[in-house]
Design a protein around this ligand. Structure first.
Ligand SMILES: [Zn+2]
Length: 274
């Protein structure tokens, strides 16, 4: 009698086309865990004095001082940019690299890009934190965040997490106003850079939907279920021949016929392939 994980692995092995939908749970083992108090205390000890104990508390936080906003944001961006090759991403790539695959992810950490997934087969509807944009926005242009972040992190007071030099607070080069990461976090979000990716995904679906098709959803919770979770369930219902695998340590419930695995991605991928 096969376990559910073994059944899921077999389905993936037999598949011709795999649509991967990845949420926050995919990047937790790689080092991005916004709920983790230990890594937060280690990386941003100065933030503890203000009452913060994990990263998620600072999502959309209305800072009273831009020097603290950018002192923290630049440090956390720098930590994200420093992540690269990760065993879970690599094993996932090995599973699908000889098939037709496409990735859709709510993560803005570029870890699929960095782990050598085909750049033409990644769709990031929630944006990319390595880009900055105007917060109005006055222009639809986006800018490379890395050089600005590098400069900021060299000028953070370790006692307070404040930028020591106010002139380093990044400004829109066009209007001089506030800037922010090019990630979906308000009406100002510019999604133009990702429209092409979406078109590529739609074309890929047209070509591959009739094949031996698998929806493989990983670590997608209920923060933004309308982006991956619900659309995947709807598409699955429209493709009666397809398979549906959900890897989720908290919410593994699946539509009829699907396989819901109450597990993390590391445990799933540790299952040896036949
Ligand atoms: Zn502007």
């Amino acid at each position: 009698m096969k376990t559910d994980i073994e059944r899921a692995m077999q389905i993936l092995e037999d598949a011709d086309a795999v649509l991967i939908g990845a949420g926050a749970g995919m990047s937790v083992p790689a080092g991005i865990d916004l709920m983790d108090t230990k890594s937060f205390a280690k990386a941003y000890p100065a933030m503890l004095q203000y009452g913060f104990t994990f990263g998620y508390q600072l999502m959309g936080y209305p800072y009273h001082d831009d020097r603290l906003r950018w002192g923290y944001l630049s440090a956390s961006l720098k930590n994200m940019f420093s992540l690269g090759i990760d065993p879970s991403y690599q094993k996932l790539l090995n599973l699908v690299k000889d098939k037709e695959y496409f990735v859709m992810t709510t993560n803005v950490d570029r870890l699929f890009h960095k782990n050598n997934f085909d750049l033409n087969k990644i769709y990031t509807p929630q944006g990319d934190s390595s880009k900055f944009q105007c917060k109005l926005p006055c222009t639809n242009e986006v800018w490379d965040a890395l050089p600005l972040v590098d400069k900021m992190v060299e000028n953070i007071d370790p006692e307070t997490q404040f930028l020591t030099d106010e002139s380093l607070i990044p400004k829109c080069p066009n209007c001089g106003g506030e800037i922010y990461m090019n990630v979906r976090s308000g009406a100002f979000y510019i999604d133009d850079p990702y429209e092409q990716e979406k078109e590529r995904l739609n074309k890929w679906l047209q070509v591959n939907a009739s094949k031996k098709f698998v929806f493989l959803e990983i670590g997608v919770g209920y923060n933004t279920p309308g982006v991956i979770r619900y659309p995947f369930e709807q598409m699955y219902k429209q493709l009666p021949h397809s398979n549906f695998i959900r890897i989720n340590s908290e919410h593994p419930q699946v539509p009829e016929g699907g396989i819901g695995l109450k597990t993390g991605i590391v445990e799933f991928l540790n299952e040896p392939l036949n």
